[in-house]
Design a protein around this ligand. Sequence first.
Ligand SMILES: NC(=O)c1ccc[n+]([C@@H]2O[C@H](COP(=O)([O-])OP(=O)(O)OC[C@H]3O[C@@H](n4cnc5c(N)ncnc54)[C@H](O)[C@@H]3O)[C@@H](O)[C@H]2O)c1
Length: 471
Amino acid sequence: MAPVKVTKICCIGAGYVGGPTCAVIALKCPHITVTIVDLNKARVDAWNSPDFDLPIYEPGLVDVVKQARGRNLFFSTDVDKGIREADLIFVSVNTPTKKSGVGAGFAADLNYVELATRRIAAVATSSKIVVEKSTVPCRTAESMRTILEANSKPGTRFDILSNPEFLAEGTAIADLFKPDRVLIGSLQSQEGKDACQSLAEVYGNWVPEERVLTVGLWSSELSKLAANAMLAQRISSINALSAICEATGANIDEVAHAIGFDSRIGPKFLRASVGFGGSCFQKDILNLVYLSESLHLPQVAAYWRQVVEMNEYQKSRFSKTVVDTLFNTITGKHIAVLGFAFKADTGDTRESASISIIRDFLQERAYVTIYDPKVEEAQIWQDLSEAAPNLTLETIKKQVTIVHSALEACQQKEAVVIATEWKEFREIDWETVYQNMSKPAFVFDGRLLVDADKLRKIGFKVTTIGRGERL
Ligand SMILES: NC(=O)c1ccc[n+]([C@@H]2O[C@H](COP(=O)([O-])OP(=O)(O)OC[C@H]3O[C@@H](n4cnc5c(N)ncnc54)[C@H](O)[C@@H]3O)[C@@H](O)[C@H]2O)c1
């Protein structure tokens, strides 16, 4: 049998991955009908909103959706219809860290993947290529195959592929337009290879052939966890060095520059910061830790666990620096926090370092004013309530104010903390900020964002991650 020519794609999950990924597939493949389905009606409604008020913020995303929506790109809550009509189905549902039961706190919660897989088995009346897009532990495809085969109707066959997504939030559209690589894992049977070719042909509409890598299923699944673990490890490594810089008077920018010039190391992902966030790095490393433990490899598990522990240390070390610098107490003091998203150019707050820092400030009974250009107010309240379960929302609201500009946030404050690297924070009128702050006016740059020397000339007392000049 020749590889199937894909003409109808369904994507289960209209989130940060399913939405942008399949919108780009629709844009680049006008001959393929792409339907993105989700159980969350509010999310689907937002994707369909007449004024393109999409549920997620990504530079360039609105343009893509404007071109393809209604042409060959559709968003729907009718999951069953989407499944039934497609010849290829992406499973792009969430795989958060398990909150309870075996492996709680480490293992991936595969409940959403399982439910989506069971739905495919229950509803499909023709053969499908089922593609794991979600990040999953090694050998999840095996479980999906078992579920599909045990529940399939006669004459219906399912081929499973792994096609992990490597996009980064904030640059998702650029990453999808020009991916470093597309990875497709399949069983090495003829059917598996044919299914792999069908998906490779979809990407072939815009991705050069040499960038589409085909490997075995388990290698593909593990490669996604490995890539995130290696990226996060670089951040924890540079952050570990930033602590040494602060203690010695070395400068982390100079160190990063010097080591990044080594072509074996390279310059990317060497920026020290208040710590990494996002829905993936921590979850995927913990997943790798759990996998290693399950495989009776405790030393391997401990090695990767340390990357996450270093990140926790970096966040709490930063909060402590703020307290120490503000004369060992921030109780009753007013602090502006610029940035709530886990990084610039996204409205996503999952595991944002900002949440940990503000939680620490609340425990110290400081007053916090937050400004972020893209995060919704309701999201901030939800994140802070979850982060500080010992405080009622009413108490949190007495201590926290959310405002709509950086200048407003800094007004009459004793300190400004930069928690997200939004470009606009570099371009604030810092002279005006200084005039309107209580003195001495402190700036804590958790992202190596501002020109510290320029701010010092204005009069600020500036503390920067990884620089020895303590106040
Ligand atoms: N966010 C990233 O940057 C990123 C990057 C690469 C890979 N990933 C991986 O991609 C996967 C999805 O991540 P995300 O950030 O898009 O998650 P998300 O939470 O934004 O989106 C998942 C969506 O799936 C929907 N869903 C869950 N179960 C469903 C079901 N049975 N039927 C229909 N819809 C269902 C949810 O309602 C939600 O809207 C995860 O495994 C994640 O690890 C994420």
